[in-house]
Design a protein around this ligand. Structure first.
Ligand code: F0G
Length: 351
């Protein structure tokens, strides 16, 4: 008789809301922390996956969006806008529906996964495909929000970070303490900022005894933080993190340095290998960008950076169904059979 109420109700005392705040929720959060059996065995560690694809619109963005749209509603906004590589727009569009608001989204033309475009469309948002990359879209969205009556709900909105920090709370609540290492993909760098804030708050209040080292991974073709300079023309198959000038760059560096962690890059090949491993060995189907966390962990292990016996959490940020092209690409075509048990059994190698 008790269901998860969404992150604002579950963590109300740790979020900037009052009794009169009009909570806009799809009961996001409360996502599974799944023990990764094959990864744990391979690394001699206790590895867990925080499966954020289980959120209402299929990504971690819902944690931030319930807060951002709730606060926009509280402040009387009637329209919201975001730039997106696809997940933020899907989430903003859904929460805007719940709030009775208009949602405008700016996406880089030809560079967002079909499932995400489908979400923005079916939720009824106003979509503009911009002839540019995500960074151009974000500049445009900022400018529109400064000059027109429309609230910006990208992760430069501090309420987004507040909502997303609850993932750290859930992990500590589930494990009984913070892990040794937390690994996640980095794009615009809002999420690593949010997780670090959450871990620090729990440690400051002695809910946890420590904070984890934060390990972030960018895609090699879109790795401005690793390179230490803006990437003008970012590229990667992981379109969700195809970002050349992250808005929360400085916060990501702070999370890295304060936690004693690092930010490195993984190639598209490494991302796809981890993507396939997660689905075929762990039973967890994520989108390519999400696999960057696990690809990074495997790379770090090969470099001897992972001591045995560590407790490690990898956030897998988005659902695999959003971008199934990479699951289908290169896979053998399913065999066709007549309606015949003997033929089916033979093809399945049962006979
Ligand atoms: N993984 C997925 C699936 C994402 O969609 C994103 C960001 C990230 C990781 C990186 O998170 O930006 O906080 O460092 N997607 C944004 C969007 C940019 O528009 O949906 P970050």
């Amino acid at each position: 008789t008790h269901q998860w109420r969404g992150i604002i109700e579950e963590y109300r005392d740790r979020l900037p809301v009052t009794d009169t705040t009009p909570v806009v929720t799809l009961r996001e959060g409360g996502t599974p922390l799944v023990p990764a059996q094959v990864l744990s065995e391979r690394l001699g560690c206790e590895v867990h996956l925080k499966v954020e694809g289980a959120n209402p619109t299929g990504s971690f963005k819902d944690r931030g969006m319930t807060m951002a749209i709730t606060k926009a509603k509280e402040e009387g906004a009637q329209a919201v806008i975001c730039a997106s590589t696809g997940n933020t727009s899907a989430s903003a569009a859904a929460y805007a529906v719940r709030a009775g608001m208009v949602c405008a989204v700016l996406v880089p033309r030809g560079k967002i996964a079909l499932g995400k475009m489908g979400q923005a469309l079916v939720y009824g948002s106003k979509i503009l495909q911009v002839d540019g990359n995500f960074d151009d879209c974000l500049n445009l969205a900022r400018s529109l929000s400064e000059n027109y009556p429309v609230a910006l709900v990208n992760s430069v909105n501090p309420f987004r970070i507040e909502g997303q920090k609850t993932a750290s709370f859930e992990i500590v609540d589930a494990l009984g303490d913070a892990p040794d290492i937390h690994v996640l993909p980095v794009g615009n760098a809002g999420n690593i900022t949010a997780y670090w804030k959450g871990y620090k708050e729990y440690a400051a209040d002695s809910v946890s005894s420590r904070t984890p080292r934060m390990w972030g991974f960018q895609a090699s073709g879109s790795a401005p933080i690793v390179r230490g300079e803006v990437v003008k023309d970012p590229s990667t198959i992981a379109t969700a993190i195809r970002i050349g000038n992250p808005a929360s760059w400085q916060h990501a560096l702070a999370a890295r340095d304060e936690s004693g962690g690092f930010i490195d890059e993984v190639t598209d090949r490494e991302i796809l290998r981890a993507y396939k491993l997660l689905a075929s060995q762990e039973g967890v189907f994520v989108e390519p960008a999400s696999a960057a966390s696990v690809a990074g962990l495997l790379k770090a292990a090969e470099q001897g950076k992972v001591d045995k016996g560590q407790k490690i959490v990898c956030t897998v940020t988005g659902n695999g169904l959003k971008d199934p092209d990479w699951a289908v690409a290169g896979a053998p075509q399913p065999v066709t059979v007549p309606v015949d048990a003997a033929a089916a059994a033979e093809r399945l190698g049962l006979a």
